[in-house]
Design a protein around this ligand. Structure first.
Ligand SMILES: C[S@@+](CC[C@H](N)C(=O)[O-])C[C@H]1O[C@@H](n2cnc3c(N)ncnc32)[C@H](O)[C@@H]1O
Length: 209
């Protein structure tokens, strides 16, 4: 009798064209191509900008930002996760939880004290997913509301904020907060996002205050 093989679970990581492209071009994650596409579409990053990227690990957004600003320019990355083997001049990384704003604030201020505010804040934040779409998207919206509050304090007036959010019912709560603070917004899904993923990017233009 033929031995019955156990069915293997489907691997979670999909090695698609962006995965291989990231390896080839030395990006630390395929997410890099999402920001590259957003940059091509909206020209968000200018060479003279001081940029803060929230939820940066494993730092591929920072690699893209670094390539688009002047060489000695300030770039700050914040993430819950520890920074390993990543060092490039003028990139400052802070290991911190965005929910703990009171303790995060002085750390950010210590880095940007000379300039006081950022010209662009980007975020690719994603909660630890549970597999329950309702819970995951609720948490995604909550995280983003905190990033909007972070930008209230650290982003210059008239400049832009980029968010990634899992779009579902609670998205309206986030939209409400954004519309109070920004002149206009655009929702966009880069090709590098997986089709089955609920993630989309919200580009918030022209901070009002
Ligand atoms: C999709 S990854 C970001 C990938 C990154 N943009 C890149 O290009 O390499 C989402 C990140 O959100 C971070 N994150 C989730 N919750 C967070 C929180 N409360 N505070 C800070 N970072 C958080 C995770 O640690 C994770 O590194």
């Amino acid at each position: 009798m033929e031995k019955q093989r156990k069915k293997r679970p489907t691997p979670f990581i999909i090695h698609d064209e962006y995965f291989f492209k990231a390896k080839k071009e030395w990006y630390r994650a395929r997410s890099a191509f999402k920001l590259i596409e957003l940059q091509e579409k909206f020209s968000l990053i200018k060479a003279w900008m001081k940029v803060c990227d929230v939820a940066s690990a494993p730092w591929s957004f920072l690699q893209v930002i670094r390539k688009n600003v002047w060489n000695d320019w300030l770039v700050v990355g914040i993430d819950l996760q520890k920074i390993d083997n990543f060092w490039q001049e003028n990139i400052h990384t802070i290991q911190h939880d965005i929910y703990e704003f009171d303790t995060l604030k002085p750390k950010v201020e210590a880095i940007i004290w000379e300039w006081k505010l950022f010209d662009l804040v980007t975020s690719d934040i994603a909660p630890k997913t549970t597999g329950r779409a309702d819970i995951d998207q609720y948490e995604s919206v909550e995280l983003n509301i905190w990033i909007v509050k972070f930008a209230d304090v650290f982003l210059k007036k008239w400049w832009n904020l980029v968010l990634k959010v899992f779009i579902w019912e609670d998205f309206n709560d986030l939209l409400k907060e954004i519309k109070l603070r920004y002149k206009k917004l655009s929702v966009y899904k880069p090709f590098a996002c997986r089709d089955r993923s609920p993630e989309e990017y919200v580009v918030c233009f022209d901070k009002l205050n």
